[in-house]
Design a binder for this molecule. Structure first.
Ligand SMILES: C[S@@+](CC[C@H](N)C(=O)[O-])C[C@H]1O[C@@H](n2cnc3c(N)ncnc32)[C@H](O)[C@@H]1O
Length: 236
């Protein structure tokens, strides 16, 4: 079994037909140049980076909205942060967070390799601690791709640091469909993720000050816009 599948067993259970996933991954324009090589090496080694269909969407979307300040939670080896940095206007900046030493070292190498040290800032440490230190009303786009059970914990600070009109994109929201099952049918070691993701859905999907849309890319993504200056979240 590939290492990435061991880390994320959901990768073996696509949420759309397998032949469609194959088409999305092979027929859409492949990531070019050195960044393409970073992606291929990561996938060969089983490093959990965003799947190709999500990368294609991310690039397309960022080229449309042209965010000035981007924040990512979950850098890993720096693939998605580099992809974002590469497709942003000259004066834009990407800040990314990771807490895992091995990933931090690998991400730094990737930024050097792609000559992106000026365009990407890597903040090292636990996201919940770092998020609380970031200034309010700062980011135009936030990409959350880290511990799934913590998305609901990060949400208040993320909404605080997003500008009004900014977009939050959250990766891996379906756990191959397990999030939709009764929690009693979920393995005990997966229940925190199940609970956290369902709390996250309850907090955002019908929120009157947020607009969201769910896309079946990879293991599912949700995009959320902040429609007001201050978002009042329900108590969990
Ligand atoms: C799926 S990988 C990110 C992949 C990356 N976005 C890409 O596509 O190139 C998730 C990363 O989030 C980091 N992470 C998970 N929980 C975190 C937390 N609470 N604080 C900081 N980093 C976290 C992990 O160390 C891991 O490197």
């Amino acid at each position: 079994m590939a290492e990435k599948e061991r880390i994320n067993p959901m990768m073996r259970r696509p949420i759309v037909q397998e032949d469609i996933v194959h088409f999305l991954r092979t027929r859409q324009k492949q990531t070019a140049g050195e960044l393409g090589r970073v992606a291929s090496e990561a996938r060969e080694k089983g490093v959990p980076i965003i799947p190709h269909e999500t990368a294609v969407f991310l690039e397309f979307f960022l080229k449309q909205i042209k965010p000035k300040n981007v924040l990512e939670i979950g850098a890993a080896i720096g693939f998605s942060s580099s992809l974002m940095a590469n497709c942003l206007p000259e004066n834009s900046h990407v800040t990314t967070i990771d807490r895992y030493d091995m990933m931090i070292a690998a991400a730094k190498k990737t930024y050097e390799r792609l000559n992106l040290q000026e365009k990407v800032t890597l903040l090292e440490g636990e996201a919940v601690d770092i998020l609380s230190t970031l200034p309010s009303d700062t980011y135009d786009f936030v990409f959350m791709d880290s511990a799934k059970s913590k998305y609901i914990v990060f949400l208040p600070d993320i909404l605080r640091i997003m500008k009004r009109g900014a977009v939050l994109m959250v990766d891996d929201i379906f756990q191959a469909g397990d999030v939709l099952k009764d929690i009693q049918d979920i393995k005990r070691n997966q229940r925190a993720i199940h609970r956290g993701l369902n709390q996250f859905f309850d907090a955002v999907i019908e929120h009157p000050q947020l607009t969201s849309t769910i896309l079946p890319l990879g293991d599912g993504v949700i995009l959320i816009t902040k429609d007001d200056d201050e978002i009042i979240l329900p108590k969990i």
